[in-house]
Design a binder for this molecule. Sequence first.
Ligand code: GLA
Length: 390
Amino acid sequence: MCMENLRKRKVEQAFIEHYGNQPIIWVQAPGRVDLMGSHTDYNEGFVLTEAIERNTWIAARPRQDAVVRVSSQNIEGGAEFSLAVISYDEVSPWSNYIRGVAHILQIEGYSLNGFDGLIHSTIPFRSGLSSSAALEVATAMLFKTLGDLDISKLDIAIYCQRAENEFVGMECGILDQYSSAMGKEGNVLLLDCRSTTSEVVPLAPGLMVMICDTKAERELTGSEYSERRADCEKGAKALQTAFPEIKTLRDVTIDQFEAQRNNLSEVVAKRSQFVIEENQRVIDMATALEVGNFQAIGSLAKASFIGARDLYEISSPEMEAMMAAMSSAPGVIGARQAGAGFGGCMVAIIDGQKTVEFSKYVIEQYQQVTGIMAEVYQASASSGAGVLKF
Ligand code: GLA
């Protein structure tokens, strides 16, 4: 039996045990990994991103009342709420991604159907692969399917980002939700976060994307993410006084930045420099990946990591150990951080013939230095969210 059927059987079994009946609708939404463009999304910049094969499923059955009942095979606890009164859940915080999406869709005037749902995810939590966005996007896809709602996938991405910003309280950009909703099988996307449009970037033949999970949990409960975001806003605002056409750091050229650098505080200058340079690296990386310019892929990825470590300060000792392991591994072409940083997963672009040697080497080297058993796997670009048909 193939993995997908086995997974389906297990989830179906658990659903019947939990709710006493068969699920009749199945939806999925994938995680994502970024190949270039850390923290550029909330600066209205560019990101190279792909949806990955690891995803979140919701098996569901519509209800006749306006109640949502959910439980998860990955996390303890469940939640039940009425669509008429949606409040923040302190007991099962993961259910806030579902509540938040319902809340925003209702504000937008959609009439929602209640359901019993069971969640099953293969995306590791807090590893920087967007497990929360996948849950949000799967939830929106489920409401769309249950109520036959006229919502585009782009709207799903935008509403899910709002759910996270306005209901969950995390000021993320559009990257995660866009990738999960709009991913394209076999293709990397060059996402423009200002216009929320993307172009497909075909990877040169023979390249493989590898995810290298440091297994050092990303702890973004602190204020690091919002501090970075606020510093970028300060940078853009200060630069605006000299160049009124600037709206966000996306609009700033490196020459403009250099001319004004001394008018920025040291921290704001470092953060701004990283974002301005990273944005340019996204554009350059798109070309390098398409034409298979290995030298450029390697140097752009390395510069991205150095900037993330020294200017944006989102690295960690485990990430440095992983970077060293990836960079010296057989078959490596380029290696860098992924997601928000502060631990979690990193990403490498390698020679597709060397996946086994690469993985073995990285795991061994990383373990020698950190004592931690990393996980390394291929990340083929997958389709965005959809209804599962068996
Ligand atoms: C997190 C956020 C995204 C993005 C990345 C960093 O994943 O959710 O919006 O800012 O960090 O690029």
